[in-house]
Design a protein around this ligand. Sequence first.
Ligand SMILES: Cc1ncc(COP(=O)(O)O)c(C=O)c1O
Length: 392
Amino acid sequence: MDTFPRSKLPDVGTTIFTVMSRRARELGALNLGQGFPDYDIDPRLTELVGAAMTQGHNQYAPMEGLIALRERIAQKLLMSYGLTVDPESQVTVTLGATEAIYSAIQAVVGPGDEVIVFDPSYDSYDPAVRLAGARCIRIPLMPPGFRYDWDRVRATINDRTLLVLFNSPHNPACTAATTEDLNALADVIRGREILVLSDEVYEHVVYDNRKHASVLMQPELAEKSFTVFSFGKTLHATGVRVGYCIAPAVLTRELRKVHQFNTFSIAHPFQHAIAAYLAEKPDSWRGLPAFFQAKRDRLRNALGRSAFRLPPAQGTYFQLLDFSELFPPGDAGFADRLLTEAGVATIPLSPFYAKAPALSVVRLCIAKRDATLDEAALRINAFAERLGKAGA
Ligand SMILES: Cc1ncc(COP(=O)(O)O)c(C=O)c1O
């Protein structure tokens, strides 16, 4: 035996998010890398968490989630999409979207199965599939447009394909799928025993009056999908770690079999607090697109003066920065120089590909205080000038 214990994920290191956040801290840099807000959450939510603990909601919550919260989630889906879901049999509260993704995969994917994933793909997908004994077939979305090639998906599907893992709005490509994309997905899996796991954590972070196209709105897909959401994004509180999964009753039953032995149940006081918050402010999320669009536009305007280019951002917490005019291809090298020489942490996209193309973009997080965005833009603009002069 070469090593003991045998690693089940020998090639998995620390995520690029953790690495960049740690380096940003060490170097005292601005962190536009990892996707989390640096501004305060609504103080009312903080009060409600305190109240829930004071009221004694400090023991195990129900395994599937507090019914009061599941009812609020059902109400939110009705308000956002006109959808009726049964809170008892179709809504499960999870430990963030991450647990929903993991538990859904463990619930239905097994040895020998193939899961279609679109690269650049969120980094939790592939390890979860491998721990289930299956493998990801990774179909690249290529810059600059990162659009889906549905013919390629059709050609990739075979009898081993069990699941398609879909993400929209897409992190890190910053694109939003269209209704046509969802119809195409429904079309390529029609008549086959293939399920969908749709990661929609950025459902409310869409720009330019775009409407989020949820698989729940596509009747054929809704029938065969786990759809995952995150209160971390919706309440600007990524540390609260409460998410949820919507799925038909038959899939929800399987999901809960894993969920109950994975996390068992989710922080009880937080569930009470979020349910109370949604009761008080049932549509607070309606302001999110405008809130984040103002941040995106602020950063775009401030960076517009530099020789870096800014690809369109249709949604998510992020904006891509295209450095092809000023720096040779290689996003990791560029991110390193920007961090060490300009004091701004970003995220390269290559770690999100199985086989990364030569990339000339890095990801910037826009979910930051205006002052953070302004200072980051000053530093990035000054770096662009230095690069321009060095190249001139
Ligand atoms: C695309 C995507 N999926 C899932 C997650 C994880 O969500 P949560 O923090 O609710 O676990 C994130 C978080 O950044 C994400 O960007």
